[in-house]
Design a protein around this ligand. Structure first.
Ligand SMILES: [Zn+2]
Length: 244
């Protein structure tokens, strides 16, 4: 029994399962996060072959049975995102984005803004990008994570002191306080100082459309630290792809 449905899906992660199968962690337009099993994909004669690689967007036929894993019964590739997978810098940025979606948006319910953001993120990664550099310091990686935090409801308070409400000047960040803090409110176990321009850059990345490009190193380090502190405080997790 069960039923079959069609889903516009992006493969976030693909793991070996049993002899020839793969378990796919998917983000879908119709249902948000779905986990599915693709049987026989590692056999060379498989209908799906190696096509359901991470980052691939495909129109999938999925069968919903009694178990938690749905079964892939058909796949039409919409975009393989091969250009993103084949270049180390683009792949590094892509894997950070995929992990952030997995960790921040695990609910099996549709969130069109998350899906559309992920589609746009992958499209940019197919285009021209600077080679080399640290993927974690790319404006695309940082900006996408900040937008996902916003959609998850975890975005810290950044435009006035999160502790006392003063307009500023804001000199540091405290996940415990809930955002940026002024000098009199600085200190405490989770506090750290932010360099000049870092908060402005973080706010711009949240407000403006996604774009790729290297951020200044000090600003990028601050922005990544803000993102990681927010993950740890609100989500209780660390990102494997951000650990050097
Ligand atoms: Zn304050």
């Amino acid at each position: 029994m069960g039923r079959t449905y069609r889903a516009d899906a992006i493969v976030l992660r693909s793991m070996r399962f049993a002899e020839a199968d793969r378990v796919l962690h998917l983000y879908t337009a119709e249902r948000g996060r779905v986990n599915a099993i693709a049987k026989g994909v590692r056999k060379t004669t498989s209908r799906f072959g190696g096509r359901l690689e991470p980052l691939t967007r495909a129109a999938l036929m999925l069968h919903e049975g009694r178990g938690e894993l749905h079964t892939v019964s058909g796949a039409d590739i919409i975009s393989a995102h091969a250009a993103a997978r084949e270049r180390p810098h683009a792949l590094g940025v892509a894997l950070i984005g995929a992990e952030a979606v997995l960790k921040l948006h695990p609910e099996p319910e549709p969130q069109p803004r998350v899906f559309d953001g992920l589609v746009r993120f992958l499209e940019i990664l197919d285009g021209p990008l600077p080679e080399g550099g640290n993927p974690a310091a790319d404006a695309l990686a940082v900006g996408f994570q900040l937008k996902l935090l916003l959609l998850a409801g975890y975005l810290p308070h950044l435009n006035s002191c999160a502790s006392c409400g003063r307009d500023g000047p804001l000199v540091g960040y405290s996940a415990a306080a809930g955002g940026a803090v002024c000098e009199p409110c600085s200190g405490g176990p989770e506090w750290f100082r932010l360099g000049p321009g870092s908060l402005e850059t973080i706010e711009a990345l949240i407000e403006r459309p996604l774009t790729a490009g290297a951020l200044p190193a000090a600003v990028a380090a601050d922005a990544v630290r803000v993102v990681e502190a927010t993950y740890a405080h609100h989500g209780g997790f660390r990102m494997r792809t951000l650990q050097a």
